[in-house]
Design a protein around this ligand. Structure first.
Ligand code: SF4
Ligand code: SF4
Length: 428
């Protein structure tokens, strides 16, 4: 064993606490596509215990195993001992990154996540996601596609790029003459690719007479780096964001985020990440009470639902996918449905809580066959629902689901619930 585990949870204690009941096995996303004990929550935990005791070397095989977890948290949901398998995997990935380094294309991608200005320039040139090595074919996602990136490798969809990023499309302050004011944290995919989400959120807030603050210096929440073990990038972005949020937090009611992963990262994972930096942990936790997913805040704190009820009800059927970072991590699943059902017919898929199979940057690049395999059942259940639209408040799910639908030849369009709500507000 050449590297010491970077501990939040003690690996041996976690391993000793596992009672080997196997309840986690049937729900495990990786085990369902690679039915091997070592790629199961119980197996991961066992191996991590062995690693900490010095009985397992963190060699290439171990790296491959620990990188195959989707971090979907299905296992933590059902575990009678509440063992946080996803978090111990996140920890060991820092050791993996330290020992093996991080592939050049991921380092380039994470560099961009730390440097918004460079990201903006490259974005204008249409290069942002080429650096991260995603395999691209075409864009079928949006009803209003913008322009398409060239094929880099094969057989993979990538979201189209907006002509102007969300953050560069609006002034910092938008007055809607209201007495209330909220800030928007948009997330990288929403900023550069799925810009209709931010447009929709601005329109909704305008309809509700709520002033909008668009903090221009916001950085990527750091989730892609966190899931890959690049803790230097997490440290940099989390601290910059916390300092920045503190500068305006007293002037807004909330920071609303139309992205499950960004919201979970800022609200929950910053706390875990700063376990050994108590001052930063405290500062991150102080912000928590004002961080919300967009549908969560809108449903619970405004009369949006009542406003939507006065609008047309479309016959279009929508099926809602629950992002792991929304339902399992933040218990947000009723709110988007409660808003969407005012104007659309919801047709639930057989299991909306099943992970879409996105899995993070490593899964989407080096282990894409696992993402493809995990995506097939989700595409099948979306097709079977009979809905014309699939919705989820997460752009990572959107990338993955769009690709799965494309591969399965399923003609269903993806929309963030914010886009659906903004569209409904335009009705009578
Ligand atoms: S459900 Fe929890 S206790 Fe049971 S085998 Fe899985 S990790 Fe261990
Ligand atoms: S987080 Fe998901 S993929 Fe990873 S061990 Fe748990 S259930 Fe399996």
């Amino acid at each position: 064993m050449s590297a010491q585990p970077h501990e939040i949870f003690n690996f041996t204690e976690t391993s000793d606490a596992c009672i080997k009941c196997g309840k986690c096995i049937p729900v495990c996303t990786i085990h369902n596509v690679n039915a091997d004990e070592v790629t199961s929550p119980r197996g991961f935990i066992d191996l991590l215990g062995a690693y900490q005791r010095g009985q397992l070397e963190l060699d290439f095989n171990a790296k491959e195993i620990f990188e195959s977890c989707f971090l979907c948290t299905n296992c933590t949901d059902v575990c009678p001992k509440a063992l946080a398998t996803d978090m111990v995997i996140e920890q060991v990935r820092a050791d993996i990154a330290q020992k093996f380094g991080i592939a050049w294309f991921k380092r380039a991608f994470f560099y961009l996540l730390r440097h918004r200005f460079t990201m903006d320039i490259l974005f204008k040139m249409g290069y942002v996601f080429q650096t991260c090595g995603f395999k691209i074919k075409a864009e079928i996602d949006s009803m209003e596609p913008r322009f398409t990136l060239p094929i880099i490798k094969k057989d993979r969809l990538l979201p189209s790029m907006g002509k102007t990023s969300f953050l560069n499309s609006y002034p910092e302050n938008i007055s809607n003459g209201g007495k209330r004011r909220v800030a928007i944290f948009i997330g990288c995919l929403g900023n550069y690719n799925y810009t209709k989400i931010g447009d929709g959120l601005v329109e909704i807030l305008e309809a509700l007479n709520i002033d909008v603050f668009i903090p221009k210096k916001q950085l990527c929440c750091g989730a892609p780096a966190y899931f890959t073990g690049d803790f230097a990038t997490v440290d940099h972005n989390a601290k910059k964001n916390i300092e920045y949020f503190e500068s305006f937090i007293d002037e807004v009611e909330a920071i609303i985020i139309p992205e499950a992963t960004c919201s979970a990262m800022i609200k929950i994972d910053y706390d875990h990440y700063f376990h050994d930096q108590p001052q930063w942990k405290q500062r991150a936790n102080k912000l928590k009470s004002k961080i919300f997913m967009a549908t969560e805040w809108l449903e619970q704190n405004t009369d949006l639902k009542a406003v939507l009820a006065t609008k047309e009800k479309s016959s279009t059927a929508v099926t809602y996918h629950d992002p792991c970072h929304a339902r399992k991590m933040q218990s947000v699943y009723k709110e988007p449905r409660s808003l969407i059902e005012q104007n659309y017919t919801i047709k639930e898929m057989s299991d909306p809580n099943v992970c879409c199979g996105f899995g993070g940057v490593t899964m989407q690049t080096e282990k894409f066959h696992f993402a493809q395999a995990a995506g097939r059942p989700k595409a099948a259940m979306i097709a079977k629902s009979g809905a014309a639209i699939v919705s989820a408040e997460c752009s990572a799910c959107r990338m993955q689901i769009n690709n799965s639908l494309y591969e399965a030849n399923v003609d269903v369009v993806f929309k963030n619930p914010i886009e659906l709500i903004a569209q409904a507000l335009k009705g009578k």
